[in-house]
Design a protein around this ligand. Structure first.
Ligand SMILES: [Zn+2]
Ligand SMILES: [Zn+2]
Length: 373
């Protein structure tokens, strides 16, 4: 837990320059457009707040009230005495306090998550004693389906950032593959990710390597989730998604789908299929995703000046289907493409392009900043 990986520069949270003036700007949404103050946006035209074509299952009245972009933008808590804070500000502070590394103590450990992680890693190592090419092939296919289609495209770019709208049945299929990636239900995942964008490398960031590299990679997930924290998290960070019946259904039932696929692999494919297509595949996908939280806030190059430590790292981009171009993403979180330069290959974007061609992806924000082309 205390092991710290050396990082290229030693910026600490306390050194990060806050810019309250731009926060003021951020909180002022005029004419249904929003500025993105943490990057040079000069070449990117203003972004509309609400996607024009929302799924039927979303309560459209509620979504119109919600400034979706502001939910994943920089948020700096008001520096006022507690007594003077509004109820909303107090609740938001409570959420940020929840993610503090200081809370990680034995009494706060989520033992279900901890046991699950240990078991999956043991299973991944055991897979080498039950080798089968067929099981490896299924594992590779499922790695792409869960990691790229489920997490990168559906949970991240579509749900968290509204970079594209997925039509039925692709939305349900994509959410299902996100669920069986084993990274939690769609609401908690997207809400936590929006907190990350709001606080990245500041107090309240759920997984900043400025706290500790291993904390950002995996220890942060060991915190128990009290119901009140999830309620506040959903209320403040995913009010648009919490009304979506499909997502609420998967949020409530995700352990059943996860366990169900594991049991199905064992029953129909035997131990080698369980160990490769379930344990090994899931563990590799875990670390692919987790490297985006840890390595791409530590190492790599920056195309944009942002107020966080996000970086572009080619080997994480390969491991995580394009998500390693993380500085591009933090600078322009609303854009559906993570790779902005020609050589910044983005396999998840290739799938999005195909889905747009066949009419399953709409409202795709396919812009890239002029200066990056
Ligand atoms: Zn990040
Ligand atoms: Zn993001």
């Amino acid at each position: 837990m205390s092991t710290t990986i050396e990082k290229p520069d030693t910026l600490k949270k306390s050194d990060t320059v806050e810019n309250p003036e731009s926060v003021e700007e951020l909180n002022t949404v005029e004419n249904n457009v929003i500025e993105q103050p943490n990057a040079d946006q000069s070449e990117v035209p203003p972004l509309t707040v609400v996607p024009s074509d929302l799924e039927e299952s979303v309560d459209s009245d509620l979504v119109e009230e919600v400034d979706v972009d502001a939910l994943h933008e920089r948020y700096i808590p008001e520096a006022k005495p507690k007594a003077q804070l509004s109820q909303a500000a107090l609740e938001r502070q409570e959420i940020l306090d929840f993610f503090s590394p200081d809370r990680l103590a034995w009494k706060n450990v989520d033992w279900i998550v901890a046991t699950w992680m240990i078991a999956m890693h043991i299973g991944a190592v055991a897979a080498f004693f039950f080798f089968s090419w067929q099981a490896v092939a299924v594992a590779v296919l499922l790695h792409w389906l869960t990691c790229s289609i489920g997490i990168c495209m559906t949970y991240h770019r579509s749900l968290s950032h509204r970079s594209l709208n997925l039509k039925w049945p692709t939305k349900v299929i994509g959410t299902f593959f996100g669920v069986i990636a084993g990274e939690g239900g769609p609401l908690r995942w997207t809400a936590t990710h929006r907190v990350h964008h709001g606080q990245s490398d500041q107090e309240g960031d759920p997984h900043s390597p400025l706290d500790d590299a291993w904390w950002s990679h995996l220890w942060w997930m060991m915190l128990k989730h009290p119901k009140r924290k999830d309620d506040l998290l959903f209320k403040h960070y995913v009010p648009d998604l919490a009304k979506d019946k499909t997502l609420v259904f998967f949020e409530k039932t995700f352990p059943l789908w996860l366990w169900g696929t594991g049991i199905a692999f064992l029953v129909f494919g035997g131990w080698e299929m369980l160990l490769w297509a379930f344990c090994f595949r899931t563990v590799v996908a875990y670390h692919s995703t987790w490297l985006v939280n840890s390595a791409t806030h530590l190492w790599g190059y920056r195309n944009y000046e942002t107020t966080d430590e996000s970086r572009n790292l080619w080997w994480v981009a390969i491991a995580a289907y394009g998500e390693g171009w993380h500085n591009n993403h933090h600078a322009h979180p609303r854009l559906a493409r993570a790779g902005h330069k020609k050589w910044e290959l983005d396999p998840t974007w290739w799938t999005i392009s195909f889905l747009r061609l066949i009419g399953q992806a709409t409202d795709v924000d396919d812009r890239i900043p002029e200066a990056s082309k």
